[in-house]
Design a protein. Structure first.
Ligand code: 13P
Length: 246
């Protein structure tokens, strides 16, 4: 089964628009049940998006600590769980870049979120184009997964390979090299913790036009979609493609 995750980032600007988008995604998800569809809206819309979905799953774009406490502005794992969130994106390059998140901080969040039973979508990716990004990406993974072992509900780990240069540029990675990086990631996780079956998604300028070239490769288990997930008809076609290739 292929996974398609809508990362709305800091969009849209109104609840009305968020509900409309969620309704459309739910419609496509329910018509294409061989695809696993996740919506990750801004925190402020989670409860309202939840009302619109039954087939599509709810995701969060980030999380802070485990339980409550004196952490102004933070959303914790207990709150997400009690809101019906099943997936948590951690370590997105925009969190690393604009919010100063380090591998050490990301490692704490990944460990806590796995322990809490979430499906964790851990994002990694190289800034500049590289002929072989695997070493860079695997180094990031080693740091982000420090101390995590096969005992830690590792089957709930999903890795998203998102080369930063491909994000929001309309300039997606070459599907064959993305598939090679995905394979290297799987091998690396296997080496790190003896688990080879984790899902690896590709993200970076995915559209309805190029999705098939990525997910038709069996090393790529789905896509993490930014801009195109805000376009209801385009995202509908992305879900359909994932269903057909599932
Ligand atoms: P775009 O699909 O807009 O390139 O964004 C990718 C991304 O960052 C998803 O997390």
């Amino acid at each position: 089964m292929k996974t398609v995750i809508a990362n709305w980032k800091s969009n849209p600007n109104s609840l009305r628009e968020a509900a409309r988008l969620a309704k459309s995604i739910e419609k496509h998800a329910s018509l294409n049940r061989k695809a696993e569809v996740v919506i990750a809206p801004p925190f402020i819309y989670l409860s309202d998006v939840k009302k619109e979905v039954s087939t599509a799953k709810l995701g969060a774009q980030d999380v802070f600590g485990n339980e409550g406490g004196a952490y102004t502005g933070a959303i914790n794992l207990a709150q997400l769980k009690n809101t019906g969130v099943k997936y948590v994106i951690i370590g997105h390059s925009e969190r690393r870049r604009y919010f100063g998140e380090t591998d050490e901080f990301i490692n704490k969040k990944v460990t806590a979120a796995l322990a809490y039973g979430f499906k964790v979508v851990l994002c990694v990716g190289n800034k500049e184009k590289m002929s072989d990004p695997s070493n860079f990406v695997n180094k990031q993974l080693t740091a982000d997964l420090k101390g995590v072992s096969s005992k830690d509900k590792i089957r709930n780990l999903i890795v998203a390979y998102e080369p930063i240069w491909a994000i929001g540029t309309g300039n997606a990675d070459n599907p064959q090299s993305a598939a090679e990086v995905s394979l290297r990631i799987k091998e690396h996780i296997n080496k790190l913790m003896g688990v080879g079956k984790i899902k690896v998604l590709y993200g970076g300028s995915v559209t309805d036009k190029n999705i098939r070239s990525f997910i038709s490769r069996n090393k790529i288990d789905g896509v993490l979609v930014g801009g195109a997930s805000l376009n209801p008809s385009m995202f509908g076609r992305i879900i359909k493609a994932a269903n057909e290739l599932g």
